[in-house]
Design a protein around this ligand. Structure first.
Ligand SMILES: [Zn+2]
Length: 277
């Protein structure tokens, strides 16, 4: 199993890769640039190339996570243009670092738009980005947290949005276990059903990364609060066990986004390796 965590690029992209290696992680995630801004980063190609080589040599997989203000349902034309430029910049960095793709959250249901119009906007924005993108790095659409029935919480929506885009081959998926639990997609007891549905829809063929998080709140409450895997979360160890033993997930990186001030990630990765490695 390929366990890892989100890491800072304070010491550059190579620095993050080296940190992952030192921690004994087989994967990591990073913000390609300032996570609070959509401004374009004039990044160091050399640092990115060294990161790619280091990861290749040490068998480390990576993904990037787009900055927080990235929304594929932007509320106006100015923001839309910013998001598109920023996403292309993220993809360029992701590619240069040799990463699988850039994680992007599913869009929102905009107040002044219908649900269908919100989906349409998402597809338009993705089409605009991907028409200009010819690299190997993919956009990795992440499932939303939310109360049951809210936008972006079902496998059907993720699969449909991908299918309706002009470039489905440039889109993969990221499954966040806390988000899935929060909306009841995975309520802890229905993993076999989730797997069957995902297989029927073709979801798992395009699943490229898992955000491995426990949940601070019970299933169905729609709250996106991550907890450590083995401490203080509502998803039980034997429930994670079913997920970990899914053959389809063997080669996929599992990235912790758990509160590291509660359990340090190095320790948590060791716990995961001991239990499921
Ligand atoms: Zn996540």
């Amino acid at each position: 199993m390929k366990f890892g965590c989100h890491l800072s690029i304070g010491d550059g992209y190579l620095g993050a890769a080296k940190k992952a290696f030192k921690m004994g992680a087989a994967a990591f995630q990073y913000f390609p640039k300032n996570p609070r801004s959509l401004s374009i980063k004039d990044f160091s190609q050399d640092d990115a190339a060294l990161c790619k080589t280091f990861c290749d040599e040490n068998n480390i997989l990576s993904v990037s996570h787009t900055p927080y203000p990235t929304s594929i349902t932007p509320h106006d034309a100015k923001k839309r243009e910013q998001v598109i430029r920023s996403l292309l910049n993220d993809l360029e960095i992701t590619e240069a670092c040799g990463s699988i793709g850039a994680v992007v959250h599913f869009g929102k249901h905009l107040k002044n738009k219908t649900l269908i119009e919100s989906y349409q906007l998402m597809i338009e924005v993705l089409n605009e980005v991907l028409s200009e993108w010819n690299g190997q790095a993919k956009v990795l659409l992440e499932n939303n947290a939310g109360v049951p029935g809210t936008i972006g919480t079902t496998l059907e929506e993720l699969v449909q949005i991908r299918k309706l885009c002009d470039y489905p081959e440039k889109i993969g998926f990221c499954l966040d276990t806390c988000h899935a639990f929060s909306c009841g997609l995975w309520n802890g007891d229905n993993w076999a059903e989730v797997i069957q549905k995902g297989k029927d829809l073709g979801y798992f063929d395009e699943l490229k990364v898992i955000h491995l998080n426990n949940s601070k709140y019970p299933t169905g409450e729609g709250k996106d609060r991550h907890a450590p895997i083995f401490q203080g979360g509502y998803i039980k160890e034997d429930q994670f066990d079913q997920l970990m033993k899914t053959p389809k997930l063997k080669e996929i990186p599992f990235i912790l986004e758990t509160p590291k001030e509660v359990v340090p990630h190095e320790k948590e990765i060791k716990q995961l390796q001991e239990k499921w490695g």
